[in-house]
Unconditional design. Structure first.
Ligand SMILES: [Zn+2]
Length: 286
């Protein structure tokens, strides 16, 4: 990376931090590095490069996405290097969070997928996993985001469903119950990493906000952007729909950092968060 870009990112980082430390599965750990130099250190955890930001104190911190599937109460560590050649290992601990559990009994035939569909789903999961594994240094997206739209939360992040006594994957996003056609605004600047149509997600847009931070928009009626397109904060990226595996129109909004899915609401400004109130109704599918 060229020096002017590095300096820009360093300065930018001071103002960008809005996340709070949330060290639990589905959260984001902010791990101070005891480094105060001008150039950001480079850090890794579980072989994934980490986003680095400067704290208001001037100290560099690694911003680590903690997967919703992470083992609770686990001891983790990250390693980092400075431009001066210093390296260190920093241990940190992941706690636990009690997400709601919902038990449902449904007709088996409603859930069964044929082999072709199972194969398709596996392939599509691989495509998304590969896309969110990218680390782009040259995209200066802000971690302090606005909500992509204002609507009641119809299904919270992390909800654990048990269908016919079989536990399913935890809900990897937040569902916002907006009607079909509602515009979806980019919550921060970025680049469209991918757009397309997948079995579960329906029509989707994946935004790359840089340094391993991505946001995903599912079940769109239609996308308004193309892969590779740069988007500014507030730009319309698509419209709410009911495509994919859903029971009604809503936006499934997900966020990933260093390849780990975490609660996108951790990124949202307090002002917007206050407008996203939970809606007492049966959750949407995803
Ligand atoms: Zn959802």
């Amino acid at each position: 990376m060229r020096l002017p870009i590095l300096i820009f990112l360093c300065v930018f980082g001071v103002f960008a931090l809005a996340l709070e430390d949330a060290r639990y599965p589905g959260g984001v750990a902010i791990v101070p590095l005891s480094e105060f130099g001008k150039i950001a250190p480079i850090a890794f955890c579980d072989d994934r490069r980490l986003k680095i930001q400067k704290l208001p104190s001037g100290e560099w911190a690694a911003i680590v996405g903690v997967s919703i599937d992470a083992k609770p109460n686990a001891n983790k560590y990250l390693s980092y290097w400075t431009i001066e050649g210093k390296s260190a290992i920093v241990p940190f601990k992941i706690g636990d969070k009690a997400y709601p559990i919902q038990r449902l009994t449904i007709d088996q035939s409603m859930e069964a997928l044929d082999q072709a569909t199972i194969d398709r789903v596996a392939k599509e999961r691989g495509i998304i996993a590969a896309a969110i594994a990218e680390f782009s240094e040259d995209i200066g997206g802000d971690t302090r985001m606005r909500a992509p739209l204002i609507a009641p939360i119809s299904s919270a992040f992390g909800l654990r469903r048990v269908i016919n006594k079989t536990p399913r994957r935890p809900h990897s996003g937040t569902d916002l119950a907006a009607p079909k056609g509602t515009p979806i605004a980019a919550p921060s600047s970025g680049v469209v990493a991918l757009e397309g149509s997948h079995f579960y997600c329906g029509n989707f847009v994946l935004l790359n906000h840089g340094e391993g931070l991505f946001t995903l928009y599912c079940h769109l009626d239609r996308s308004a952007v193309k892969t590779g397109q740069a988007t500014k904060t507030g730009a319309i990226v698509g419209y709410v729909g009911a495509t994919g595996r859903v029971t009604g129109a809503h936006l499934h909004w997900s966020a990933a950092l260093n390849g780990a899915w975490f609660d996108p609401l951790l990124l949202v400004s307090r002002a917007d968060l206050a407008k996203l109130t939970p809606k007492p109704q049966s959750p949407q599918k995803r």
